[in-house]
Write a protein that binds this ligand. Structure first.
Ligand SMILES: [Zn+2]
Length: 375
């Protein structure tokens, strides 16, 4: 335990440096799809880890995927999973960086640049104290988590294969809990086609796509199972042209969230069975994007380890199940995955409000370091 306390002491003494590195990443605003800026973040992360591991960059038009590998003493492999993109456009915030009491505000500070920096400092703390992670560490920073991870996903899945553990550097639950389950997330894009006609002179020749859409929506909502947490949100719709024309097309988007793969499959089969009204057609595209992250015996064992280590550092994270997805959803069926190793804070995705809690940076970085000694 004395060894562990040395880590916490070291990180506590370097809180100002940790905060400075977070500020560096935050000031490099990096909205999804802005490859130039995302690559600057990847450069900065590589720089912060200079001399500590092998850096590989995989080029992608949405921004590079960064992989830093740090050797461990044993044969296993632990993945630290992170993303470099944020949800904010450049210039969206009034101030890029602002300190108020114990809080630091900035775009992407909480989701999830502080998590990345905590991991970097966890590795530095180990190295500075002459310690080596028990497993080889693969830090993977992807460019597009906030927009469904089409670029990152193949790298995420391939690096998770054969790993002893995947620790996701997303923020914890608001009460500090680690995340053991996330809903599967996806959605359907639906094109509904009818036949246009003059509403005054030949309404009988029209096939009203909006009426057919209304029928579709009322059937879709019946597929929800709130007890099981399955939700279907027909949350975006547009269609029709002007009031005196029977509309021939409607476009609809339906958000889907499920706790289990079984529920995803039930919904997917049923939604494709909904019959359109006579003379209209449904074209149903997409479906589940991120599979549900369901707890497994191995992921719950990681939780127990994390709780034991955290207790030694004076905090007591619980276990949370949350509705939002992360890249942990992709790894959970491949390797034991535990999410929420990022910074304590609040107001993710809220302009001018998103922030981290500065005093918790050292203990939460120490938790990551402790995990790397105990997996
Ligand atoms: Zn995130």
């Amino acid at each position: 335990m004395r060894v562990m306390q040395e880590l916490l002491t070291y990180l506590g003494e370097h809180t100002t440096d940790i905060l400075r590195d977070i500020e560096t990443l935050v000031r490099l605003e990096s909205p999804s799809k802005d490859a130039v800026r995302i690559n600057l973040v990847q450069d900065a992360i590589s720089q912060m880890l200079t001399g500590m591991g092998t850096v590989t960059r995989h080029h992608h038009e949405l921004g590079d995927v960064l992989h830093v590998q740090i050797a461990g003493s044993g044969t296993g492999r632990t993945v630290l999973l992170a993303h470099a993109d944020t949800v904010y456009n450049v210039g969206a915030w009034d101030n890029l960086w602002r300190l108020e009491g114990d809080r630091a505000f900035g775009p992407g500070a909480y989701d999830m640049k502080a998590g990345i920096v905590q991991a970097i400092w966890a590795l530095k703390a180990l190295s500075a104290n002459g310690m080596t992670p028990t497993c080889t560490v693969d830090l993977l920073v992807t460019p597009d988590e906030e927009i469904a991870s089409h670029a990152g996903r193949p790298f995420i899945e391939s690096i998770a294969r054969g790993a002893s553990a995947v620790l996701v550097l997303e923020p914890p639950h608001l009460d500090g809990s680690l995340k053991i389950a996330r809903k599967g997330v996806g959605g359907y894009r639906v094109n509904i086609t009818g036949k246009a006609a003059h509403q005054g002179t030949e309404p009988e020749n029209g096939r009203n796509a909006i009426v057919s859409a209304a029928h579709f929506i009322s059937e879709v909502v019946k597929l929800q199972n709130l007890e099981l947490g399955t939700t279907l949100g027909p949350n975006m719709i547009h269609g029709g042209t002007v009031m005196n024309v029977v509309p021939d097309s409607v476009y609809l988007e339906v958000d889907l969230r499920v706790w289990s793969q079984a529920e995803a499959e039930r919904v997917d089969a049923a939604i494709r069975q909904i019959a359109p009204l006579e003379g209209t057609r449904f074209e149903i595209l997409d479906g589940l994007n991120r599979p549900p992250m369901e707890p497994t015996p191995a992921s719950l064992e990681l939780l127990t380890t994390a709780q034991r280590i955290a207790n030694g550092f004076g905090f007591n994270p619980g276990a949370a199940r949350v509705g939002g997805g992360s890249d942990g959803n992709f790894t959970a069926t491949i390797a034991p995955t535990l999410d929420g190793f990022g910074a304590f804070g609040a107001a993710a995705h809220q302009r001018n409000l998103e922030h981290i809690d500065v005093p918790s940076l050292a203990p939460r970085a120490a938790l990551i370091a402790g995990m790397l000694l105990n997996i």
